[in-house]
Ligand binder design. Sequence first.
Ligand code: FAD
Length: 393
Amino acid sequence: PRFPVVIVGAGPAGLTIGNILRAASIDCLVLEVETREFIERRPRAGVIEEWAVRGLEERGLAANLLQRAELHTQCEFRVERERHRFSYTELTGHHHFVYPQPLLVTDLVREYADVRGGAIRFGVRDVQLHGMDSDRPTVSYTDPVSGQRELVHCEFVLGCDGARGVTRSVLPPQAGIARQDYGIGWLALLAEAPPSSDCVVFGIHPRGFAGHMPRSPEVTRYYLECPPGDDPENWSHERVWTELQERLAAADRPPLTEGRLIEKRVLDMHNYVVEPMVFGRLFLAGDAAHLTAPIAAKGMNLALHDAFLLGDGLVAHLTKGDSSGLDGYSAACLGRVWDYQEFSQWLSDVYHGMSSGDAYRAGTTLARLRRLFESPAAAASFAEQYLGKSSAS
Ligand code: FAD
C-alpha cells in the first residue's frame, strides 16, 4: 500500500495531525502498538492551555472539550502549613482548561477514524522505518491479525510515538539530543476521591513535594516526591495518605478526603530535546521529540503545538506545493519547547528545594516563594509562564 503520510503513534500529537490531514482530504495511515480501548483509558495529562484549546477549536476538534472541561482560574501553594492563593486569571485574564487526556484521545480517535475516515491500525508490532534520508521512505510492521509483515510506501513519516517509541532510534549518531536528569522521582497517583480543594495545590515541604490536581468530581490526581526508581509497592495505601496529609497540610483546612488509589506509578523526572526535530523525511512531534517532566504540566501542550504546525505545514506542502511551514517546522517548535523546559527547571527548583537536604537551597526556595507572593512583577511573570505563551505559534 501507499499513503502520502504514515503517522507512528496515536497519542494527542499523531491523532491531531491525522485529523488536520483528513480535513484537507489527504490520506494517511496511523500505526499504534496498543488497542483502541487501551489508549482511550490511559490516564495521564489533564491541564490544557487556552491557546491549545483555541487551536483544537479552529480545527473542529474541541466540541466535547468545550462542553465538558473545567476552567481553572487559580492555584494554591502550601508552605509551612500556610496557604497562599495565586489567582492567575485575575492577573492575566487567561485560564487553564482541565480535560483528562483519555477523553481528548477518545474524541480525537472518533473524529479521525469514524468521522473523517482516516486509516488506523491498532495493536501493530515491530514498526520499522526505512530510507528516511531518501525521497522514497517506507514503514514496515507486523499486522496483529494476519501475523504478516506489511510494507507501506510513503512521502513522509511522522514520529509521534512518545517517549518510549522507535522512531527516534533511526536518528544518526550525530543527531543532537540534549538531556537533563533531575535525580528525583514522583509517585503519580490517581485517587477515587473528590478533590479536597477547588484548585491545583502545591505542597512545598521538607519531606518532599506533594501535588493535588482535581481531575473530575470523583477523581483527583496526587503526586508525592520520592527517590528515583522507587518501587510503587513501597507505597502502601496508609503510607501514601499519611504523607499526602502531612505535606499538603494547612492550619485552616480539614484533612484531605481519602479514597482508593487507582493508579500508582513512579516517574523519574527527566527531560530531553531532539534538535533539530527533522531528519530527511522523518518529522518528530510531541514526546518523541522532547520530553518535559510533568513538573509544569506542559508535555501535552507542546505535543499539540507541534501537531498544529506539522499538520498545517504538511497540508500546505501537499495541496499547494508551499513548503515554508515544513522548512520552518523544527525552529518554530523549539522556541516554545525551550521556553517550557526552562520554566519546568525553575519550577523544579521551587518544588524540590525545601526537601533537598541543603539549607542554602531551602533558604533560596523560600525567598523565591516570598517574592512570588509579594511582588506583583514576579507574580505577573510566573502567571505568564504557568499559562503558556498565549499565541499559537
Ligand atoms: P503519547 O501520548 O505518548 O502517544 C504516543 C503513542 O505512540 C502512544 O499511544 C503509544 O502507545 C504509541 N507508540 C509507542 N511506541 C510505538 C511504536 N513503536 N509503534 C507504534 N506506536 C507506538 N502534559 C500536560 O500538558 N499536562 C499535564 O497535566 C500532564 N500531566 C502528565 C501526568 C503524567 C503522570 C504523565 C506521565 C504525563 C503528563 N503529561 C502532561 C505529559 C503528556 O501526557 C504527554 O506529553 C503527551 O501524552 C504527549 O503526547 P504524544 O502524542 O507526543 O505522545
